[in-house]
Design a protein around this ligand. Structure first.
Ligand SMILES: O=C(O)CCC(=O)C(=O)O
Ligand SMILES: [Fe+2]
Length: 321
């Protein structure tokens, strides 16, 4: 059986309700986790489990619709990045998943009330809950980094995170276990940080030290995983670590793998924000060039959907690899 990753479980209640001293303790714990494995399980985070279960239920209802219906809400523009992507659309045919993306300001490719009762209103509401939690996590991190409590507020005034419902269909294990294939291939997330709700099936693995030694990030009921993403690693000049993760076959007997659902919430800064590494020590060298957050996001999204143009490569200071 796969070894379990050592990811701290931290209660967020003292940050939400506690004194300044309580908040500082949580900030220190969070920073310790983000600067080592880059991941943390947050409990007592303020989003009721009944709400999380409700969203998993809606995701199941949505993905059970016929493919022709789901394709009516197809995502086709990486700049808008909202709507449905069928299995095989993202990840060059080696990922085995389908997704629905929901955004903050505009969701034209979303089932209406008459098409799917209470879907949009409930997902909007959950989006707002994730938004509030995400902003508190950023505030907590700003406290740990001594950036001033409002540091992230100033670069997220129009932030438009992406709430993703993911369905990994039930499949024969030989499909997932072909060389190079996975439920989702190894990757880092490319925004500031991600909140990740997973069901109880398992299969998520992390490689904190990028040695190829992936370890299981097992489901912990009542928690949300939070992971650092690439822009935060760049901004903090590598103090916080954006680490590789993937989803592979869960630890179950038999050849037919059960379906799995997950719900990431990807937090990005304002599109016009310039991400310039913060140096805090005398003589510290910036490890990354300044980049524009909006260009970075569009470029990475297009790469994910395999829609890059040659002109895009290198545009935001990163290699084509
Ligand atoms: O399904 C999961 O647990 C992980 C999903 C993920 O890493 C992603 O969508 O970026
Ligand atoms: Fe991810």
């Amino acid at each position: 059986m796969k070894e379990t990753a050592k990811i701290a479980i931290i209660s967020f209640a003292p940050f939400i309700n506690g004194s300044d001293a309580d908040r500082r303790v949580v900030a220190k714990e969070l920073y310790e986790a983000f600067s080592t494995v880059g991941w943390v399980y947050l409990k007592d985070h303020g989003i009721p489990q009944t709400r999380v279960d409700e969203i998993f239920g809606l995701a199941k209802t949505f993905f059970e619709l016929p493919i022709e219906k789901k394709l009516e809400w197809r995502l086709d523009n990486p700049e808008v990045n909202q709507g449905y992507t069928a299995d095989g659309t993202e990840g060059a045919g080696v990922d085995h998943k389908e997704c629905y993306e929901h955004r903050r300001f505009s969701n034209d490719s979303c089932p209406t009330e008459s098409e799917l009762s209470s879907f949009k209103s409930t997902v909007d509401d959950f989006y707002n809950q994730c938004y509030v939690l995400g902003m508190s996590v950023l505030k907590c991190l700003a406290m740990a980094l001594e950036l001033g409590d409002n540091f992230f507020d100033n670069i997220t005034t129009k932030a438009d995170p992406q709430l993703r419902l993911v369905h990994y269909p039930s499949v024969h294990r030989s499909v997932i276990e072909q060389p190079g294939h996975a439920r989702i291939r190894p990757h880092t997330d490319f925004g500031l940080c991600t909140l990740l709700f997973q069901d109880q099936v398992g299969g998520l693995e992390v490689d904190p030290f990028h040695t190829g030694n992936f370890k299981a990030a097992v489901p912990v009921p009542g928690t949300v995983l939070i992971n650092i993403a690439d822009l935060m690693q760049r901004l903090t000049n590598d103090r916080c670590r954006s680490t590789l993760h993937r989803v592979v076959s869960p630890n179950v007997p038999g050849d037919i793998l059960p379906a799995r659902y997950s719900i990431p919430f990807f937090i990005h800064p304002d599109p016009e924000a310039m991400i310039d590494p913060l140096v805090k020590e005398e003589g510290e060298v910036k490890k990354y060039a300044v980049i524009n957050a909006g260009e970075w996001r569009t470029w990475n999204t297009a790469m994910n959907y395999d829609l890059p143009t040659a002109a895009d490569v290198g545009k935001v200071g990163i290699a084509a690899a």
